[in-house]
Design a protein. Structure first.
Length: 301
């Protein structure tokens, strides 16, 4: 009976804490007992790591230069490589931007280090992590999205020119003819690793892919088969819409009630009005523009 109870208890623990995220103190990995780790359900990697009781995140690897943000971040990923499920953290996580708090937040003295993830020198599209450091260069919290070290070949079967041609063929040709010139710059196709989960939340395996930016569209396509993995219109638009009250009847325009960037008026509404409006708005975009109003993406399975 005691053995049965022990087995049930062990299964409960594994359901609460994924086995891959268990600390291995014997191997020098830090203890996660005093940390709150939010795990991405599909990627099985941390979405956020926050210390309990307002402390900082301990490191099992000492930074070579304790006052340098890059060195502290490198030591963090070395300390938590098993948690992030990576094999070569120094090569896989690369700092690309460091920003210190300014203005109204300057008194906090925080430094925010943005990190991109790579695999064999290739970017993992959409995989970015932010490490938040205190004034004395201690890790306060970490947030973002990353993947376990993939194990895929990195030799493409189609070249970059073919990738660009495939991307253009999958864009409405009326848009292609309209969007020309310096306002719509074309970037050379970029080879990298694409994981659809990072963009849509749907669980998929990593694929070698090209990222193509042309005619205002961003296209990710399989570098082996040429299949479109994801494509969306990335052109930003500015509007100057105005809302009139029509004098509460059919006599347009009436009085000006709201401009584009005015704060929302104090409107009393039923609690279910907002979700209903959001749903209706999203359906309108899907029918009229072929995309959701929330993420502006064309997604293919």
């Amino acid at each position: 009976m005691n053995r049965d109870i022990h087995n049930i208890f062990a299964r409960i623990i594994l359901l609460v804490i994924p086995l891959s995220l268990c600390a291995d103190v014997a191997k020098g990995q830090p203890n996660l007992r005093n940390l709150s780790v939010e795990v991405h359900s599909e990627l099985n990697t941390p979405r956020a790591i926050i210390p309990r009781e307002g402390k900082t995140i301990p490191l099992s690897v000492r930074p070579s230069r304790p006052q340098k943000p890059e060195s502290v971040v490198e030591a963090f990923f070395q300390s938590y490589k098993d948690v992030y499920r990576v094999t070569q953290p120094k090569d896989e996580f690369k700092v690309f931007k460091i920003k210190k708090d300014k203005g109204q937040y300057e008194a906090l003295g925080m430094t925010h280090v943005r990190v991109k993830q790579k695999y064999q020198g290739l970017p993992i599209f959409g995989a970015k992590v932010i490490v938040h450091l205190t004034r004395d260069m201690k890790v306060k919290s970490v947030s973002g999205a990353s993947i376990a070290t993939p194990t895929i070949a990195v030799t493409p079967q189609i070249n970059s020119n073919n990738a660009k041609n495939i991307a253009v063929r999958n864009i409405d040709q009326r848009i292609v003819r309209k969007r020309t010139g310096p306002a719509y710059p074309t970037k050379s196709p970029e080879l990298g690793i694409f994981v659809k989960t990072l963009f849509t939340g749907k669980k998929t395996s990593p694929k070698l892919a090209y990222k193509v930016k042309i005619h205002g569209y961003v296209t990710y396509l399989d570098a082996i088969t040429g299949k479109i993995l994801l494509q969306y219109d990335d052109v930003k638009t500015a509007r100057k819409r105005e809302t009139y009250d029509a004098n509460n009847n059919d006599d347009l325009p009436g009085r000006l009630a709201l401009k584009e960037h005015d704060p929302c008026p104090n409107i009393r509404a039923r609690s279910d009005a907002a979700p209903t409006l959001l749903y209706a708005n999203n359906r309108l975009y899907m029918v009229w523009a072929g995309r959701g109003s929330r993420h502006r993406m064309f997604i293919t399975s």
